[in-house]
Design a protein around this ligand. Structure first.
Ligand code: FAD
Ligand code: DHB
Length: 393
């Protein structure tokens, strides 16, 4: 088959790119290794920056998000048994975040794709990229046991951190920057109404904990754990007991309990690929960069990349201008590195160290926590990064 842009991966990045291209009259074919059900039910991110919400609304994708998304104007930092509110809205001129599950965004995008006749293949196998440095790249794959080939003008690699697109960039061109953290997150989803209407990021001597939510009846919670943590060791009782310990609060607040419907361990990593393009291949989202989840930036960065890429393709096809495509990597990397730093900062701030440096490092963390909750300048810096920096015009 023949298309203008072949898109590899139907996560938020690939699905949104195909949608934005369709709005500009640009044809694309999207291929995905997993099933539609798997993509629609994969529980991951939950926090949308204002700019992400604006992008989805402008693209006509915001109807259900506007109805069901929970708009939050602040977050809370809990340490030494006390909660401290960071008033995001007053510190950032009225900006806010919206809590709306990534899988809901994915469901909305897949629904829009099928309604608009987007060529979208789930359950594909043996995906490989060919001739991406030439004028006529190809994507090969199998579907239902049949070998298929897409001939295209460009390839968008939106296949996440474990995808194959990045490997099509020659080793002597590709530079990667990486940091692996000595801890992970054990995440649960519980059928329990949230007992507070804002997120709580807790620093406790036993480890970090995060209180979040998905809806008025579903609570999302995370606990810092070891990267090799064995989930079998975590009975529901142990999870709740540890959560109550880490969220212990002088005013008596604690998360409400309910049946746990999902439990998983997520490793923590910082990773950046430079450049994010090679020949006619453009990487977007987790295929190009990973952040530890503490700053809630991963999906938002994927959306930011795709905004830049869709605009660059539109300029190329509508006006024959290639300068935006040529500048894609450098345009994106400014925002990527800012988010990398913020995610690293939030991760270090909120996770106690258990390494040799613990006594000194943990005193510094406490000092920084007191600073960001008492200095307006420090709180404003945290808030403007958390809600997301505005997009360039
Ligand atoms: P992905 O969502 O990984 O999508 C890539 C797709 O490509 C997948 O569907 C995959 O199956 C497919 N694929 C892989 N290989 C191939 C192949 N060879 N061919 C075809 N398809 C392929 N981010 C936030 O912004 N806010 C948060 O609050 C937040 N919290 C998080 C909490 C957790 C526990 C985790 C794990 C992540 C969190 N993130 C958060 C990060 C966010 O989920 C990711 O950054 C986001 O999914 C990136 O989207 P993507 O489309 O780039 O990649
Ligand atoms: C959620 C995830 C995050 O990484 C975060 O910083 C805040 C909330 C969530 O899944 O709700």
């Amino acid at each position: 088959m023949r298309t203008q842009v072949a898109i590899v991966g139907a996560g938020p990045a690939g699905l949104l790119l195909s949608h934005l291209l369709r709005l500009q009259g640009i044809d694309s074919v999207l291929i995905e290794t997993r099933s539609r059900e798997h993509c629609e039910n994969r529980i991951r991110a939950g926090v949308l920056e204002q700019g992400t919400v604006d992008t989805l609304n402008e693209a006509g994708l915001g109807e259900r998000m506007k109805r069901e998304g929970l708009v939050h104007h602040g977050i809370e930092l809990l340490f030494d048994g006390q909660r401290h509110r960071i008033d995001l809205a007053s510190l950032t001129g009225g900006r806010a975040i919206t809590v709306y599950g990534q899988h809901e965004v994915v469901c909305d995008l897949i629904a829009a794709a099928s309604m608009n006749g987007q060529k979208l293949y789930f359950d594909v196998g043996d995906v490989s990229l060919h001739d991406v440095a030439s004028g006529s790249p190809q994507v090969h794959f199998t579907h239902g046991g049949t070998a298929q080939r897409i001939e295209c003008d460009y390839v968008a690699g939106c296949d996440g951190f474990h995808g194959i697109s990045r490997t099509a960039i020659p080793a002597d061109v590709l530079r990667t920057y990486e940091r692996v953290y000595p801890y992970a997150w054990l995440g649960i989803l519980a059928d329990a109404p949230p007992t507070l209407d804002e997120l709580v990021y807790a620093h406790h001597e036993r480890g970090f904990a995060l209180f979040s939510m998905r809806s008025p009846t579903v609570t999302r919670l995370y606990l810092q754990c070891r990267p090799d943590e064995d989930l079998a060791q975590w009975s529901d009782e142990r999870v709740w007991s540890e959560l109550h310990t880490r969220f212990a609060c002088e005013d008596g607040w604690t998360p409400g309990e309910g049946p746990i419907t999902q439990k998983s361990v997520t490793p923590m990593r910082s990773f950046v690929t430079e450049p994010m393009q090679y020949g006619r291949l453009f990487l977007a989202g987790d295929a190009a960069h990973i952040v530890p989840p503490t700053g809630a930036k991963g999906m938002n960065l994927a959306v930011a990349d795709v905004r830049v890429l869709a605009k660059a393709f539109a300029e190329c096809y509508q006006h024959g201008r290639h300068d935006l495509l040529d500048a894609y990597s450098s345009t994106c990397l400014g925002r990527v590195w800012r988010a990398e730093h913020f995610s690293y900062f939030m991760t270090n701030l909120l996770h106690p160290s258990f390494d040799d440096d613990a006594p000194f490092a943990n005193r510094l963390k406490m000092s920084e926590l007191k600073y960001v909750t008492t200095s307006e300048a420090a709180a404003r810096s945290l808030a403007e990064n958390y809600v997301g920096l505005p997009f360039a015009a």
